[in-house]
Design a protein around this ligand. Structure first.
Ligand code: AMP
Ligand code: MG
Length: 409
């Protein structure tokens, strides 16, 4: 009996856990998730400073059309300590420069007129105008980046601005990838009659790398116990083992047997999904092991739906499932099975919103439909016909590229 797709994904996510933290250099932190709260070691900004190019003044001196003599100049990057500001004077100040002692406002240059060593103010001035307060962005001791944050360039900027050169982030899993089958040869080897090039190892490695995890190619295991046993043993040295092929019902499909012999406890085998149905999941001393079907499309969809979320969780990510977005069907789609159906679709942005058509022949043997698709439509198991105009859930495979969407501002 197959387990439902939702149950399978849920079971997997219940059994995989974020990996421990390791020190990661600032330049390598983008895309990683922190395991520790990082607190600001000092105030940001570190001192009151000017928001504008203009004049630092004492608000009390600044009545209507006040004329202040200009004493001193404060470019960014200099200390204001040597400057003291008496009543009736102003200091020329640049953006970012510290506010000199005695001043309590900045008047932007646009609101002044020069007058022979003095300035005449055009408008009203209130204490605090155009001053960025010490600690006004982040106060010393405040958590500036909480544990669990996925680091983007903005967080990297913040860490850099506090000279935080290293932070603890979840380790990236090493994922062993094992292809199985007597018919397989590696790319570059001579391909004899009836032989097939092992392409799955490469698409799986690419998908692993795409999310920042580390693929380790184990090569090809043959359809016999010794060969499988040896490679599986190697694969179990890493954080995750992913095999492809050899897991359906054929006589030579020994992967399940070899995994059991290696001590992998099977949690399920066969999922109510198509493609990707003959997927198995097990644990060896807590390490996740996935066996995906051999068919290239099935292995890619099995990876996308079941393995990718697990790897993201191991990397500490909070959102592990690619978002489901509602897309309107421009042609009818059918799910003739009693399983969740993943259809390769083409999504376009139109004046009516996002619309989808089938990307082509949905037979799992057809790789080119995968290439033509930019999304996966998810049709639930309990319905057959999905009519034109109906909205279905789609996961976008290239969210940065949705044809027809406006790129200009
Ligand atoms: P199997 O699950 O072993 O019955 O394989 C199903 C289909 O996938 C067969 O047509 C295999 O030749 C093909 N296949 C298996 N492994 C690979 C692989 N590593 N790369 C490309 N095709 C594969
Ligand atoms: Mg096989």
């Amino acid at each position: 009996m197959a387990i439902s797709f939702e149950k399978a994904r849920g079971l997997i996510l219940d059994h995989v856990h974020p990996l421990e933290g390791e020190p990661v250099d600032l330049l390598e932190l983008v895309g990683r998730v922190l395991t520790e709260d990082v607190r600001a070691p000092w105030d940001m900004p570190r001192w009151d400073n000017s928001e504008m190019d203009g004049f630092a003044v004492r608000a009390a001196d600044c009545g209507p059309a006040a004329r202040l003599s200009v004493e001193g100049f404060l470019p960014a990057g200099v200390s204001a300590e040597s400057i003291s500001v008496g009543s009736g004077t102003a200091v020329r100040i640049m953006t970012g420069a510290p506010i000199p002692v005695g001043c309590d406002a900045v008047v932007p240059i646009e609101e002044t007129m020069a007058d022979e060593g003095a300035v005449i103010l055009r408008g009203k001035v209130t204490a605090g105008d155009y001053i960025r307060r010490r600690g006004g962005d982040i106060a010393a001791g405040e958590v500036m980046v909480p544990a669990g944050t996925l680091l983007r360039p903005a967080e990297v900027n913040l860490l850099a601005s506090f000279a935080w050169l290293q932070a603890l982030a979840h380790r990236r899993p090493e994922v062993a990838i094992l292809s199985t089958g007597d018919e397989l040869v590696s790319p570059g080897e001579t391909v004899g009659p009836g032989q097939i090039i092992d392409s799955n190892a490469y698409s799986l490695a690419a998908a692993v790398r795409e999310i920042g995890a580390i693929p380790r190619l184990l090569g090809i295991a043959r359809d016999n116990r010794d060969s499988l046993g040896e490679k599986i043993g190697q694969g179990l040295q890493t954080d995750v083992l992913v095999t492809s092929a050899g897991a359906s019902k054929g006589d030579l499909d020994l992967v399940g047997e070899a995994l059991a012999a290696a001590g992998v406890e099977q949690l399920f085998w066969k999922v109510g999904m198509k493609p990707g149905g003959p997927t198995a999941f097990g644990l060896k001393e807590g390490k996740p092991v996935f066996s995906l079907p051999g068919n290239p499309v099935s292995s890619m969809i099995g990876f996308e739906q079941l393995v990718r979320p697990a790897l993201l969780k191991m990397m500490g990510r909070a959102e592990v499932i690619r978002p489901y977005i509602k897309v309107t069907l421009k042609e009818a789609l059918r799910n003739e099975t009693d399983k969740v159906r993943f259809l390769r679709v083409w999504v376009e942005e139109t004046v009516r919103g996002l619309e989808a058509v089938s990307a082509g022949d949905q037979n799992t043997g057809i790789l080119s439909t995968m290439i033509r698709a930019n999304g996966i439509a998810i049709l639930p198991a309990d319905r057959t016909l999905f009519a034109v105009g109906e909205q279905v859930n789609v996961q976008l495979l290239h969210p940065d590229h949705v044809p027809g969407s406006r790129q200009e501002v």
